[in-house]
Design a protein around this ligand. Sequence first.
Ligand SMILES: *[C@@H]1O[C@H](CO)[C@@H](O)[C@H](O)[C@H]1NC(C)=O
Ligand SMILES: *[C@@H]1O[C@H](CO)[C@@H](O)[C@H](O)[C@H]1NC(C)=O
Ligand SMILES: *[C@@H]1O[C@H](CO)[C@@H](O)[C@H](O)[C@H]1NC(C)=O
Ligand SMILES: *[C@@H]1O[C@H](CO)[C@@H](O)[C@H](O)[C@H]1NC(C)=O
Length: 355
Amino acid sequence: MRLFSLPTLLTAALGLASSSDALKILMGNDDGFGSGNLRELYKLLKAAGHEVLIVAPAQQQSGKGGTVIWSTTANLTLPSQYSIVPAGSPSVGRDPSDPSIWYYDGTPAACTFVALDYVLPLYYPSWHGTADLFLAGPNYGTNLGAFVMGLSGTVGATFAAISRSIPGIALSASNPSVPYFNVTGPGHPAALAAHAAFTVVTSFITNSPKDQAILPLGYGVNVNIPPLTNSTLPPVVKTRLTGNANTDIAVYNATTGLFDWDNISPPAAGINAAYNGDTSLPGETWVVAGGGIGVSVFTMDFSAPENEYTEAVYGKVEGLVGKGAKGAGYSKRMVEERMRKRGVMLSGRDGGVGV
Ligand SMILES: *[C@@H]1O[C@H](CO)[C@@H](O)[C@H](O)[C@H]1NC(C)=O
Ligand SMILES: *[C@@H]1O[C@H](CO)[C@@H](O)[C@H](O)[C@H]1NC(C)=O
Ligand SMILES: *[C@@H]1O[C@H](CO)[C@@H](O)[C@H](O)[C@H]1NC(C)=O
Ligand SMILES: *[C@@H]1O[C@H](CO)[C@@H](O)[C@H](O)[C@H]1NC(C)=O
């Protein structure tokens, strides 16, 4: 009789870990490569049999959105986060204690590109310059509503990956920051956040047929996790970005003469205008406030849907359209022709550009 180890049975039950199901997963974040949340999720994914690589900022880089800022020096001028590597180390490099954990001294989106165009082609040729899945976080603090799509580095790093045809999931939790070496065990808030994130991510993986992308081209997912005190998974809810979502106000302090931000209350109408997708879904902000895990699906396509509003807006340039534009080869027929010629763009899974 063949005996199976308990881990084998568990991973078999999860439908994972036969090596053919193992994915190449690239991870990033904006809290820095020493984040407890990031490394707890990394450990769970590796234990499940995936090939996992982290390329994350050398320092904390929250609130940088999708901005791409490169290091201006080839060596770190300061020690990295938690002094994991000293000043003078190369601006891109490995954690001395784990060769699969890389840092780069740039913004979250810059880290994604450095991963795809430098780290992967030079050090991991079998990845062919791409990954099966990109995961950011879990972030310290939630990223809720469309305003954070431009503001959050967690989302910015994810956008960068999705723009390069990699399915991307931005993960955000509600626990405070903790260095990886201070996560005390499976009951620690960082471990609980990582476990909840792992459960959601695993559902996406196990429900994707083999050899099929985890998400359609240009799609991303925004997952937000409420505060957790135990390992029981809170209700997972299909949500949308709009609905009770926040945007910022500038708060002036006359004593200091300085501004700071706060959430606007009641929520602003502009950030909550709902045009795309299933408008009957609850907003992620509302669901997470109620203790649920919000799972919102978004696409890279910011274009407005085809409706009377959009038509009216286009109508305002109608007088210009057809004068220069048609002559310049942008008639509907010409556009269709060009799209057909660029068909390869739609096949997805671009390789890296190489170094
Ligand atoms: C910068 O890093 C390189 C390795 O990439 C190293 O050879 C060099 O000595 C470093 N320079 C300084 C000033 O630390
Ligand atoms: C890590 O834990 C130690 C011991 O509790 C504490 O002194 C230290 O401040 C913590 N480090 C950080 C960066 O939170
Ligand atoms: C786990 O945490 C949730 C949310 O804080 C709480 O409602 C639930 O009662 C807890 N379960 C146990 C078994 O402690
Ligand atoms: C303005 O700043 C001062 C100095 O930091 C602080 O003591 C005060 O509480 C602030 N006022 C408000 C309204 O936040």
